[in-house]
Design a protein around this ligand. Structure first.
Ligand code: HEC
Ligand code: HEC
Length: 238
């Protein structure tokens, strides 16, 4: 793990700050948890793993998986626990990744989701960050990690996708794109994902268009972050 320049508490504050800056109202979304201790850990995991890339809360987020606002009414805690341990065992064929959570982590996420409705948003100001650091938070905020993997390293299964049946990692985008091309790519998304085998069902995970969702300044930071991911040893002269 690279050294973090800000604490988790800071991180939470930053994300809340970004939400407030973008004028989004997000009841329960990235909210502070004072009532249920393990739920705050669940909230942290929720942000870190990019769940929001596939799920929405308060109308924000992806549409690949169900909205999670009232999942507590639909699913008993034991089902959720088992689903976090191994999604396939209760939902065969799902594209929800198996994250390899510990029992404590699965419990924390379950608590977080069960208590989404009780949460109150607390706001404090973020510390100063560089564009790359802000970009990493944008990457988390929009759940890019949910499909492109933690730290954009890839590895999330996408059955029948030409790209090794996985969603591609993004650490080499600096080689294939200029910054403007990368921004355009993110804004446009890609609904049709090339299939490995035309006879099998199309790959379930696709890239949504982010135009109108990600703000210009966020996109600048996001691009700076993605460009910074290129491994240093292969980047002489920079
Ligand atoms: C629901 C899953 C999903 C989410 C969430 C998602 N993507 Fe993607 N993304 C994909 C898939 C699938 C592809 C591969 C498209 C293809 O086959 O070329 C892709 C492709 C890309 C590419 C082109 C990669 C390349 O190698 O040319 C970029 C850049 C990218 N995504 C950035 C992002 C960013 C930034 C976010 C967050 C704002 C994001 N994606 C969120 C699924 C997702
Ligand atoms: C790549 C997309 C993807 C990511 C990332 C993802 N999920 Fe899912 N999730 C799904 C899909 C698709 C379903 C519906 C099928 C199923 O039950 O597995 C689902 C189902 C669920 C359900 C059950 C919802 C219901 O109404 O039955 C919960 C709870 C859930 N996910 C939580 C999470 C959490 C928490 C994370 C992050 C740690 C996460 N998911 C990350 C795709 C995803």
């Amino acid at each position: 793990m690279p050294p973090q320049k800000f604490s988790e508490t800071n991180l939470e504050a930053i994300i809340l700050f970004m939400l407030s800056q973008t004028g989004e109202s997000a009841p329960g979304y990235y909210a502070s948890m004072r009532v249920i201790p393990s739920a705050s850990e669940g909230q942290r995991l929720f942000q870190q793993k990019g769940c929001i890339g596939c799920h929405s809360i308060g109308d924000q987020g992806g549409k690949i998986g169900p909205a999670l606002d009232d999942v507590g009414l639909r699913r008993p805690p034991e089902w959720m626990m088992q689903h976090f341990r191994d999604p396939q065992t209760v939902s065969s064929g799902t594209v929800m990744p198996r994250f390899g959570f510990t029992e404590t982590e699965a419990r924390a996420l379950t608590d977080f989701l069960l208590h989404l409705r009780d949460q109150k948003v607390a706001l404090s100001l973020p510390s100063l960050m560089s564009p790359v650091e802000r970009g990493r938070e944008v990457f988390r905020k929009y759940g890019c990690a949910g499909c492109h993997g933690a730290d954009a390293k890839g590895g999330v299964p996408n059955p029948n996708a030409k790209t090794a049946e996985q969603v591609p990692g993004l650490i080499y985008v600096a080689d294939g794109y200029t910054k403007d091309e990368l921004k355009t790519r993110i804004l446009k998304g890609q609904r049709e994902i090339p299939a490995l085998d035309a006879k099998r069902p199309p790959p379930p995970l696709y890239m949504s268009a982010w135009a109108g969702i990600i703000k210009d300044s966020e996109l600048d930071d996001l691009t700076a972050y993605l460009f910074s991911l290129k491994p240093k040893e292969e980047n002489p002269g920079f």
